[in-house]
Design a protein around this ligand. Structure first.
Ligand SMILES: C=C1C[C@]23C[C@H]1CC[C@H]2[C@]1(C)CCC[C@@](C)(C(=O)O)[C@H]1[C@@H]3C(=O)O
Ligand SMILES: O=C(O)CCC(=O)C(=O)O
Ligand SMILES: [Fe+2]
Length: 387
């Protein structure tokens, strides 16, 4: 990697605790602490570390015919509309864990504002972005292509991630004000409101998911009431040779439920029926995908969605992923009702989100098999877990 890539800055991070050991595919350290869009776009060709394996780069030639679920009837308590929405969701979640929603109740002006504020941060000089650099082992803060973590299959993107939970203090607004200063107070207020709206929508969707699974409709809503979630802002710069790299590689989100805003630039692909299928951006709609943790909460009945983000040479792309995550110490296990209704045997051991998150940050780079690898790790002798 070109030495000018590494802008070595004093790290705001606490000392890294000892890594337990390398149980998965986490490389020891990345190629450079800071690689941002300005650096990437100066390169005459895609640097080696950003070139992905051919198997991950197979093009999508088909558009996904996902269900576009209108939530208006559900919110109004219309029984027939709710049943129809639940049926559509059940079918796609059993198959590939993905749908889109309209009439979701989130103010479209708030979404537009949040999108507008993305550039205010990502267009900053790298030294400014480094002030909120992600600390090792934490998903929060700024990252340039994860170049501080990985040395190969580097994603063609920059990310900024916030921790969010409901409570007396506006945690996202406080983070922006304290870490980025006065110029980002308004940005902090916008993302605080955005996270609050996403949290409320996510709880409603967990209710609809419970209805689709024919379990107590409040079961998952109560489990996530005190969620500690993540807002991940993604910025994908244009790429000189887009057929060689990826904005985000093939993966299932380890979290529970993702509510994704994507702008009008195509880039999200979902793996369905053994082929990559492109997701059309629908103005005003929000993408919902099932993550590993929610899949475990359904004992694997609902699939964790395998997806990726491709890049292009013409237009930058922006997205915001709200990752619903249970509070750290909550035990992730399927409801007894579901096991009884479906006559299922347990597929995964009990676990907590904090353990799974730690696994993704220290032991295993998330991909399409993270949950199975984590489950095997838990069930292995040294972790003494049982199904
Ligand atoms: C718990 C998480 C890890 C990642 C952010 C959240 C949910 C999605 C995960 C991720 C996006 C999956 C692809 C790989 C990854 C490293 C990335 O490209 O950002 C993952 C995130 C992460 O580990 O920071
Ligand atoms: O940007 C996108 O379309 C997808 C991003 C994603 O999958 C993620 O951040 O987990
Ligand atoms: Fe994802």
């Amino acid at each position: 990697m070109d030495s000018s890539a590494s802008v070595v800055l004093s790290s705001p991070c606490a000392k890294l605790p000892n890594l337990e050991g390398n149980h998965g595919n986490i490389e020891k350290g990345g190629v450079a602490p800071f690689i941002d869009s300005a650096f990437l776009q100066k390169q005459s060709q895609v640097p080696t570390g950003f070139v992905w394996p051919e198997a991950d780069l197979v093009s999508a030639h088909q558009e996904l015919n996902e269900p576009l679920v209108d939530l208006e009837g559900f919110f109004k308590g219309d029984v027939v509309a709710t049943e129809n929405a639940a049926k559509a969701i059940r079918s796609s979640c059993v198959s590939h864990g993905f749908f889109q929603v309209t009439n979701h109740g989130v103010d479209l002006n708030l979404i537009k504002l949040a999108d507008d504020h993305l550039d205010k941060f990502f267009k900053l000089p790298v030294e400014e972005k480094a002030k909120v650099k992600r600390c090792p082992g934490s998903p929060y803060g700024y990252s340039g292509s994860h170049a501080d973590r990985f040395s190969a299959k580097l994603p063609w993107k920059e990310t900024l991630s916030f921790a969010f939970h409901q409570g007396p203090n506006p945690v996202v607004a406080d983070f922006c004000k304290s870490k980025l200063g006065k110029d980002f107070e308004e940005t902090g207020r916008v993302y605080q409101k955005y996270c609050e709206a996403m949290h409320n929508l996510a709880l409603s969707i967990t209710e609809l998911l419970a209805i689709s699974l024919k379990v107590d409709r409040m079961h998952y809503r109560e489990f996530f009431e005190d969620a500690h979630s993540i807002l991940r802002c993604n910025f994908y710069p244009t790429c000189q040779e887009p057929s060689l790299s990826l904005g985000t590689g093939p993966h299932c989100d380890p979290i529970s439920l993702t509510i994704l805003y994507q702008d009008q630039v195509r880039g999200l692909d979902v793996f369905v029926n053994n082929i990559w299928q492109t997701v059309r951006p629908i103005q005003g709609a929000l993408v919902i995908n099932i993550g590993d943790t929610f899949s475990a909460l359904t004992n694997g009945m609902y699939k964790s969605c395998l997806h990726r983000a491709v890049v292009n040479s013409q237009k930058e792309r922006r997205s915001m992923a709200f990752f619903l995550c249970p509070k750290d110490d909550k035990v992730v296990k399927p409801p007894e009702d579901l096991l009884r209704i479906e006559g299922m045997t347990r597929k995964f051991p009990d676990f907590t989100w904090s353990d799974f998150l730690r696994f993704t940050q220290y032991n295993y780079r998330p991909d399409e098999t993270t949950l199975q690898k984590f489950s095997n790790w838990l069930l292995s002798a040294d972790n003494n877990k049982r199904l």
